[in-house]
Design a protein around this ligand. Structure first.
Ligand SMILES: CC(C)(COP(=O)(O)OP(=O)(O)OC[C@H]1O[C@@H](n2cnc3c(N)ncnc32)[C@H](O)[C@@H]1OP(=O)(O)O)[C@@H](O)C(=O)NCCC(=O)NCCS
Length: 237
């Protein structure tokens, strides 16, 4: 039977699917969110070096916020995995089915004793501005527009981890399993690290514009970046 979770690996002890980053980051994996991630989320979401660059997170970030966040991202991941497991029965000989989310999004550092520590999050969602039109579209529709968001524990900034994680998610999952062809990112102007991570993954920096609506009426300058999938013709290679 074709494994509809391809190319995710499965942890033989826990049964949890995961993606492992390539060298030199093999000790970092992407997994589904877990019940129990609340305390690490609270720790990082209350770090000004993270929340100052995010779009209106609650400050302080309390247990109720962590619970709500986890319920949302874990629910999405669980539903995607459930759909793929059912698809394995419905389409035992393939083809691989498209989905509209990535079930693995939480970065974790695996320690020598096998335990792991939550380091960050990277996820795709349908872009708000086009959500109404896109809601009717089937997963895998190449005209769906996505937005990307991420954060990483400050202890691990500047080592190339998020650049590698986004590259892996795009090539291993977003492009082949979600059919993603267009992604936008809005970073707060001056978030050079975030812009660089995206640029290194093929996003084009369109420029800075003023957005009045953000932060409950307080306007902000945002950098707009976009990524388009380049169809490579076999004849051109
Ligand atoms: C954005 C973020 C996820 C990047 O993760 P990361 O793993 O540290 O990023 P990487 O190490 O892969 O790459 C960072 C790049 O930005 C560069 N950079 C970082 N801060 C910089 C600064 N102040 N000035 C210039 N370049 C900077 C690094 O040099 C590196 O580029 P290089 O490889 O060309 O040298 C992380 O900084 C973070 O969590 N920030 C707070 C939350 C956030 O901004 N989320 C994004 C919201 S849109």
């Amino acid at each position: 039977m074709l494994c509809q979770l391809h190319p995710l690996e499965i942890n033989p002890k826990t049964g949890e699917p995961f993606l492992r980053l390539g060298a030199p980051y093999q000790n970092i994996i992407l997994t589904p969110p877990r019940q129990g991630d609340q305390s690490a989320l609270i720790q990082h979401m209350n770090d000004p070096a993270i929340y100052r660059w995010l779009n209106k997170p609650p400050v302080p970030f309390l247990l109720e916020h962590a619970d709500a966040r986890l319920q949302f991202v874990k629910g999405e991941s669980d539903a995607t995995l459930e759909f793929l497991r059912k698809s394995a029965q419905d389409f035992p000989d393939g083809p691989l089915q498209f989905v509209d989310a990535c079930p693995v999004r939480y970065l974790r550092e695996v320690k020598e004793d096998g335990t792991d520590v939550l380091l960050g999050d990277v996820g795709f969602r349908r872009w708000k501005q086009t959500q109404e039109d896109d809601a009717k579209k089937q997963a895998g529709d190449p005209t769906i527009q996505y937005a990307i968001g991420d954060w990483l524990a400050v202890s691990h900034h500047g080592k190339g981890i998020m650049t590698a994680a986004i590259g892996l998610l795009m090539t291993a999952w977003a492009i082949p399993r979600m059919g993603v062809r267009y992604v936008v990112a809005h970073t707060l102007a001056g978030n050079i690290g975030s812009d660089r991570v995206l640029e290194k993954n093929g996003f084009v920096n369109i420029g800075v514009f003023y957005n009045k609506k953000i932060a409950g009426g307080e306007g902000k300058f945002l950098t707009f970046l976009e990524w388009r999938h380049e169809e490579v013709s076999i004849n051109e290679t």
